[in-house]
Design a protein around this ligand. Sequence first.
Ligand code: TTP
Ligand code: MG
Length: 586
Amino acid sequence: MLIRLLRRGLPPYAGFLAAIAVLQLAGVIANLYLPSLTGRMIDHGVARGDIDYIWRMGAWMLGVSLVAIVAAISVARLGSRVAASLARDARAHVFDRVLSFSDREVLHFGAPTLITRAGNDITQVQTVVTMLLMLVVQAPIMMIGGVIMALQEDAGLAWIMAAAVPLLGIAIGIVISRMVPWFRIMQDSVDRVNRILREQITGVRVVRAFVREDVERERFAAANEIYTGAAVSVGKLMALAFPIVMVILNVSSAAVLWFGAHRVDTGQVEVGALFAFMQYLLQVLMAVMMTTMAAMMIPRAEVSARRITEVLETDSTVVDPADPQPITDENAGVELRDVTFSYPGAEVPVLDGVSFTARPGTTTAIIGSTGAGKTTLLNLIPRLRDVTGGEVLVGGRDVREASLEDVWSRIALVPQRPYLFSGTVASNLRYGDPDAADDALWEALRTAQAEDFVSRMDGGLEARIAQGGTNVSGGQRQRLAIARALVRDADVLLFDDSFSALDVATDARLREALKARTAYTTVIVVAQRVSTIVGADQIIVLDDGRVVGVGTHDELLETCETYREIAESQEAGGAGGAETLAEVPV
Ligand code: TTP
Ligand code: MG
């Protein structure tokens, strides 16, 4: 997966990669050259007291070191730059993907894990890529070159190298392979911690109201504990790795000195060569250590890469058709033909054989008990989801045949749980139409019965709106969402239970104002209160996903048992109706 992700992401940076490889090559050659220079300086300069030679060698070494330093710095800079750009691209791709997702894919993943994947997981990959870029050329050359150079200095000590290198590789390998399972646990528990935290922050009022703080605190503590436990286990193993490395490095240096000294005594090798041998040994061991570490980091990045690729390779179930047809018939309104819909995995359809036509300039109301499928039905019209059977037509065209852009540009939806974005009142209203003038915004606010409170807000149109619209009341939020839909000036207006938070008088005024504005618009209103829809041109009564009655208020009172029951239950309750506006979870 990591390879796949890299293959997808790296090509644009081929130039950088080539530069990194060349620089690493230069750096590693310089590093391999240095110990042999030191050796010669000792043997030919120091041993013979040739000061001139020492100076010359010294200058030479200075030059070579400079090359090594410049190469190392440039590799680090370029490497992090490439890794960071890669991460940026991956984040952009994930973001694009998620934006293209329909309801169904978003629910399939869930928001918290999508956020972790776009953030934490990509950072993991970035870390490993940075490391790999710095080692990939350097480490193998360093290992092989180091061995060759060392043997040239003194082949008699080769056995120390033959013992130390595998020992180090195996020791670190064992330690780090024990970390790998913890990496998986860590990544999953980041998800869990995020999810719980998010849920608790969103639902903080519910938690308070039900005095569930202790329970929630424990729930969070448990998830936090798992994460901490995994991180501590990884840390402990890391802590173990360093002493092991140091012991092996130092013991092998000591061995070189011990056995080398005898060889110097017997004249088999010169002091300088011995010194160079030791330097090479250390270089090789360092390279082995870095490679093992990098190799062991890969499984962690692999976990993250899989999680990222999963998002990137999930296709939205709602996509543009291959050959989009334009929507041409402005007078056709919205038509549902024998629509059936089931949620994925559900056995019974939520909507079953629903047919009706909503014409421009008329208002169609949909009423039914909770869970009857009203929201589901509305969501099918702008293709938030696709029907599982039958057809939805907008402007005479099956919505699956037209381009999404074309469909969406004709429809304005006020969702049941309206969401406002952080910004100002104006910036939210302009979601409907970015070019709308202030006058048009006020006009929409007036129709939505929101003019009063907006003009009283600090800053009017420029008043601040918090993320999710949490700094206005539920009813205010609903009215702003209505105004936002009106600004759009769409052919089809869909209201999902948008009047429930309004008192009966405001509700009536809003409907009156709306009527004046929507002479040519197809309006579909989902409502809980019969009083909201008495004036509708056509009322559809939904019961358990089926249409059980179609007609005007008076007709339905005569003919539809379900409708009569709803109407009577609300009369009995006085002004009645559902004051159902709950706190909106975001
Ligand atoms: P809705 O269409 O949301 O019901 P509704 O809008 O008529 O209800 P309310 O008046 O309370 O707003 O849901 C219809 C059924 O579909 C309901 O039984 C739950 C089910 N359902 C799923 O199975 N999965 C989903 O993702 C959703 C949104 C609903
Ligand atoms: Mg609903």
